[in-house]
Structures are given as structure tokens and as C-alpha cells.
Design a binder for this molecule. Structure first.
Ligand code: ADP
Ligand code: MG
Length: 418
């Protein structure tokens, strides 16, 4: 077995080609799927049985609430991860990725957590999690080529895109008969238990259930999803994603600490999860929490769930354009709460958000877990370039890494392309 690098190189984007801010938008889906089929042909010398893909995602609001049964509002991106695959009469799985070196060969019979390292674990984990659905103990004989356009490690969930594209391919190739929610749960198990990276399920739900022109009101209590209209393009608006490219620091330990503090808060308040606290009773209810830091952590989660509820209700009731000020204020309040109460922002995130607001964005916030990663800003479509320029200038002035930019339109969930 060869040993591919653990750190695949990101796919080159338009942003790499020239200096200054460039707004990378997603290349044409059919073209990209055909290209992935060609990569398969080059790699294995025959044509694939098909090509499947699944999108990255960005969370519009509802951060650090999934582990307290909260609500969040992700949308799937048009940027997708493509998987060309063919079934083979063996028990071998052969893998390649356009974003990683080398060829990987695995024995499909012996997949157990801890046996596969690096990026192939995201694929092997899905095989492992779905193997109970194989009829009659058939082997997973499979050749596979991955080509991703979701930037890796930017907080846009390239990991769930990869898992969910693989799950879609397996469903069709092996006629597994799984429901979408079973594929979501398998992808979550793959990442939590096989790869060993903590994930709450938001990413996989968006990657499977995304819908063009919509955001998804996701209830993390049962992973039920309600699509709400988020058709920015039709209203002359755009969502500017800024990948700050800031070094992720202390992520594991800080994430675990926040989760622990949120559990302490729920215990002090005598509730199962903070979802059960009525925001109308704040701030008085929080006085039951003795520790000042834990009290602020709880205030973030309880008020953030309420902000998601409000944005969801606004989007159900009318257009984004018609309610811009209210949506913007809720996005801004979300960021400020994550900065001041939850303390998961870093200078690069605050800088991008401050610069976007100063440049006239209708609301801006960090998105994802924090400590690096990406921000979003709701902007007039014809102002996107100018806002990006201001964000880039602010980063340069502060000696921060040069950000990468994307224009995000809500795309479809996992599916078959060819
Ligand atoms: P994010 O999901 O925010 O992009 P993660 O650290 O959760 O960041 O997942 C990134 C990892 O997923 C990569 O380091 C790699 O192991 C794997 N991965 C995602 N997309 C690809 C791809 N196209 N090719 C190879 N590995 C990939
Ligand atoms: Mg991820």
C-alpha cells in the first residue's frame, strides 16, 4: 500500500492564478463531472460506472448550538466534491484523489477504525459505516477517483462533501436501499468513529439534503430539515465567503472545553439541553449559573438558537430583500456573541467581519467552529468585488494572510451526475 500525504494540496482556484481578490465561483457541474470521469479513465484504464457528487456547505447562522440540540441554518454550496466510481468483482478498494498524491489500496474485508490514516479514512469510513446494508456479505470491490472543488480545511466542509458523495455512489452501485437520513448518519459515524474527528451532523445534513435556491432550517434534535427560500441571485444579492486562511490554533482543546461548559450550564439550569431554556426569561434565568464564563457561554447558545428561529421565520414569511435590515442585524449579533460571549473568534475573523461591515455589507459573521476558517457577508451582488477588496486590504494592513474569496449560491445536495 502506498502512503499518500495526509495533507492534500487544495485544488487550484481562480484565486491562485492572480494577485488581489478574485471571486471564485463554482465551475460548471457537468463539465467538472466529465473531467472526473476522465481522471478515472486515466487512473484505471477504463470508464467509470458513474460519477456522483456532494456539496460543501456554509452555515448562515446558528453556530456552536448543534451539541445543545439547537437550530442552525446551513446552505449547500455549488462547490462540490466529485467521485467517479466503478464496481469490481474483488474485495479490493483502489482510491485516488486529484487533491492528494499516490494510489491507495485497501482490503474491503478488514476495515476497522484505526486501520486507515489520512484522507482515505474519510472514504473507508463510509464503506465501514454502510457495510451492514450490503446484501449477502458481498465484498465492496471498488475503483474510485475523487476530485474536489470545496477548499480543504477552510471550514466549508470538504470532509462531509467527500463522505456524502461516496455514500451516494455506494447506494447506486451496490443497490443498498438506504434512505437519505441513513446516509447522513453513516457519514457522521464515518467521521466521528472511523476518522476520529468530532462532528455534529450539520455538515452531512447539508451535503445530502441541500436544495438549490434554499437554506435549510435544521433541527439538531432529530436532524429534521425544513428548506426555506434563500434565493439571493434573483434579488441582486450575494453571499461573499472569505476563507481567512488563518492558522487553526488550539481547535481540539477549545472545542472540547466549550462543549463541557455548555453541559455545565445545562446542569446548573436543570435542563437536558440549553434548547429547553426559554430565551424570554433571560437574563434572570442565567443567575442560577455561578461561574461568569459558563454564564456567558450559555447566553450565547440560548440567544443564538433564538436568532436562528427569527431568521427562519423571516425567510418563511418573505423575501431576503424585503427584510434585509432585520436579517443583517441578527447576523451581526451572532458574530458579536461568538466574539464576546463564546470567545471563538480570532483577529483574522474579526478583521474580515469588521471590514465587510465598514464596506457596506448587510450583515457579516464568522461561520463554522471558529479559531480560523471562514466568514460570510451578505452583500449587493454588484458590490461583492469592492467588499472583497476592503477585506483583503484590512488583512494586509494587519499583517494577516491574504484571504481567498468565493461567491456562494445555494446548491443541491448529493446526487448522481453521470
Ligand atoms: P473541512 O471539512 O472544513 O474542509 P476537515 O479537516 O474537516 O476540513 O476535512 C478536510 C480533510 O478531508 C482533508 O484534510 C482530507 O483528509 C479530506 N478531504 C476532503 N476533500 C478531499 C479531496 N478532494 N481529496 C482528498 N481528501 C479530501
Ligand atoms: Mg470537515
Amino acid at each position: 500500500m502506498s502512503h499518500p500525504s495526509d495533507q492534500p494540496t487544495p485544488a487550484p482556484t481562480a484565486a491562485d492564478a492572480a494577485p488581489g481578490p478574485r471571486l471564485a465561483s463554482a465551475p460548471d457541474r457537468e463539465l467538472r463531472a466529465r473531467r472526473t470521469a476522465e481522471l478515472f479513465q486515466d487512473a484505471w484504464g477504463y470508464a467509470p460506472d458513474g460519477v456522483w457528487s456532494a456539496p460543501g456547505r456554509v452555515n448562515l447562522i446558528g453556530e456552536h448550538v448543534d451539541y445543545q440540540d439547537g437550530l442552525c441554518l446551513p446552505m449547500a454550496l455549488e462547490h462540490r466534491t466529485y467521485v467517479a466510481a466503478a464496481r469490481t468483482p474483488t474485495d479490493r478498494v483502489r482510491l485516488r484523489s486529484a487533491q492528494a498524491e499516490g494510489v491507495v489500496e485497501l482490503s474491503a474485508k478488514d476495515l476497522e477504525p484505526g486501520t486507515v490514516a489520512g484522507w482515505p479514512a474519510y472514504v473507508a469510513g463510509v464503506l465501514w459505516a454502510l457495510r451492514g446494508h450490503l446484501s449477502g456479505g458481498e465484498p465492496w470491490g471498488l475503483d474510485l477517483v475523487v476530485d474536489g472543488q470545496v477548499p480543504l480545511g477552510a471550514g466549508l466542509s470538504s470532509s462531509a462533501a467527500l463522505e456524502c458523495a461516496v455514500a451516494a455512489a455506494l447506494e447506486d452501485l451496490f443497490t443498498l436501499g438506504t434512505e437519505p437520513v441513513e446516509r447522513i448518519r453513516a457519514a457522521i459515524r464515518a467521521e466521528n468513529d472511523f476518522v476520529g474527528a468530532a462532528t455534529g451532523g450539520l455538515d452531512q445534513s447539508a451535503a445530502v439534503l441541500g436544495r438549490r435556491g434554499h437554506a435549510l432550517l435544521l433541527d439538531c434534535r432529530d436532524f429534521s430539515v425544513e428548506p426555506v427560500p434563500w434565493d439571493l441571485a434573483a434579488q441582486g444579492l450575494a453571499l461573499l465567503i472569505t476563507d481567512t486562511r488563518a492558522e487553526h490554533s488550539l481547535v481540539g482543546g477549545e472545542y472540547a472545553e466549550r462543549r463541557r461548559q455548555s453541559e455545565q450550564a445545562a446542569e446548573a439550569l436543570g435542563v437536558g439541553t440549553l434548547r429547553d431554556v426559554d430565551p424570554a426569561g433571560l437574563p434572570g434565568a442565567l443567575e442560577a449559573i455561578a461561574d461568569e464564563t459558563v454564564r456567558r457561554r450559555a447566553r450565547h447558545i440560548i440567544t443564538e438558537i433564538e436568532r436562528v428561529r427569527r431568521v427562519g421565520a423571516l425567510l418563511e414569511a418573505g423575501s431576503v430583500r424585503g427584510q434585509l435590515d432585520q436579517i443583517a442585524a441578527l447576523m451581526d449579533a451572532s458574530h458579536d456573541s461568538l466574539r464576546d460571549d463564546y470567545e471563538v473568534t480570532v483577529p483574522a475573523l474579526d478583521s474580515a467581519v469588521d471590514a465587510a461591515r465598514a464596506a457596506g455589507a448587510h450583515g457579516a459573521r464568522m461561520t463554522g467552529g471558529g479559531f480560523g476558517g471562514s466568514t460570510i457577508a451578505l452583500v449587493e451582488h454588484d458590490r461583492a468585488e469592492a467588499v472583497a477588496e476592503e477585506i483583503a486590504r484590512a488583512a494586509e494592513t494587519r499583517g494577516l494572510p491574504a484571504p481567498h474569496f468565493f461567491l456562494a449560491l445555494p446548491g443541491d445536495g448529493a446526487g448522481r451526475d453521470l
